[in-house]
Design a protein around this ligand. Structure first.
Ligand code: ZN
Length: 381
């Protein structure tokens, strides 16, 4: 190779689940794109060399559920710096903006962030609200407007969001679910459904969703749950998984129960996507029990997933859910250089869940560097 590189990631193990690649390779970046992936690329040809030995070089991570519409939405927070310190190069905002204010999301969040910030458009006109909830009055649901908003914003609007818990929607969940699916059908995009404390059953929700639609907070300890009293997966949930309904973690403060996750995974329900649900109402310092996406990913090591399985669930899997697999989620020559350089740090770590359980583990996943379109950001790990 006689090409020169702006950046050379040297000596790391490239882990790219999309192409089943798990191999020691150097990665050369030029003009913001991946220019070469092969062993022993010449360092002399690189403007900058990062020593990635002992690290895993993966596609830039995708955090599929966050709330990034800060200064406007009550759940919003400014996540750009945290993403770039934690290997995250793309986020999906989960309905902080609806038809009336998605343009603001574009102008204030998407256009100003270094992280690629995409969004699910809320069925509710103004996005998700705290109290009163956004669809307690169903008159605020706007299926046509949400569909129109996706149509007008195909480059950043990836699907429809609806929350079905009683606090946000009262008794309107069945009607709202139908309206969200209608918008999803018109736009041929998935809908993301928030579960936990819903007035309708988990079985009904699971049976109503189309292949490709998303249940977020899939391991919430709030009822109705995906498992029954005996800890077994509901038959309708198993069928939905088989039909291709997507199960997303959406950790947040209240939706992760180690014991429930263990039981559900043991009975066949592995997550399709692992996301943090970082939002501005997590008032504890450092986002409390969530921490960040790498901390959320770390929780799946003691739950039995290997690193490759975990990385798939925050790279190529979420990319496929929104139909962006040709653009993001895979590390390949010619693509935009969105890269995470991760390390498994040997260090006693306490992991916490939403119901007060603590797990002591000896490893944690952390980011050394994040590369977004070729630009390098120092990791906090
Ligand atoms: Zn959320």
């Amino acid at each position: 190779m006689s090409d020169s590189y702006d950046l050379l990631l040297a000596g790391g193990t490239v882990l790219n689940p999309a192409t089943s690649l798990n191999q020691k390779l150097d990665v050369g970046v030029a003009n913001g794109r991946v220019a070469a992936m092969q062993a022993n690329l010449p360092r002399a040809n690189a403007t900058r060399v990062l020593d990635a030995s002992g690290c895993y070089v993966t596609p830039g991570l995708i955090d599929f559920h966050v709330h990034s519409y800060w200064g406007v939405n009550p759940y919003g927070c400014n996540l750009d710096a945290l993403c770039l310190a934690t290997g995250v190069t793309t986020t999906m905002d989960a309905g902080s903006a609806g038809p009336v204010n998605f343009l603001g999301f574009r102008k204030l969040v998407n256009e100003t962030s270094k992280t690629r910030m995409l969004g699910f458009v809320a069925l509710a006109q103004h996005g998700v609200l705290n109290e009163p909830g956004e669809l307690v009055n169903l008159g605020f649901a706007d299926s046509d407007g949400a569909a129109q908003t996706i149509g007008d914003n195909r480059d950043i609007g990836v699907g429809i969001k609806v929350r079905l818990h009683k606090k946000s929607i009262g008794e309107n969940s069945r009607a709202a679910l139908r309206l969200a699916i209608k918008a999803g059908e018109v736009t041929r995009t998935p809908i993301m459904v928030h579960v936990g404390d819903t007035a309708i059953s988990m079985s009904e929700i699971a049976e109503t969703l189309r292949p490709g639609d998303i249940i977020t907070h899939c391991y919430t300890p709030q009822r109705p749950s995906i498992i029954d009293e005996k800890g077994k997966l509901l038959p309708e949930v198993r069928k939905a998984k088989g039909r291709g309904v997507i199960f997303d973690v959406g950790h947040a403060g209240g939706h992760f129960d180690f014991d429930l996750v263990r039981r559900a995974m043991g009975d066949g329900l592995l997550p399709d996507v692992i996301s943090s649900d970082l939002h501005g109402r997590l008032k504890q310092p450092g986002f409390g029990i969530v921490g960040d996406l790498p901390t959320t990913l770390t929780k799946f090591l003691p739950l039995g997933l290997n690193l490759e399985e975990i990385i798939a669930r925050c790279t190529i899997n979420p990319a496929r859910v929104i139909g962006w697999q040709d653009r993001i989620g895979s590390l390949e020559v010619g693509r935009e250089a969105d890269i995470a350089v991760l390390k498994i740090i040997d260090e006693p770590t306490t992991l916490r869940d939403s119901v007060g359980a603590e797990w002591r583990v000896h490893h944690r996943i952390a980011a050394r560097w994040t590369i977004r379109a070729g630009e390098v950001f120092q990791g906090k790990g």
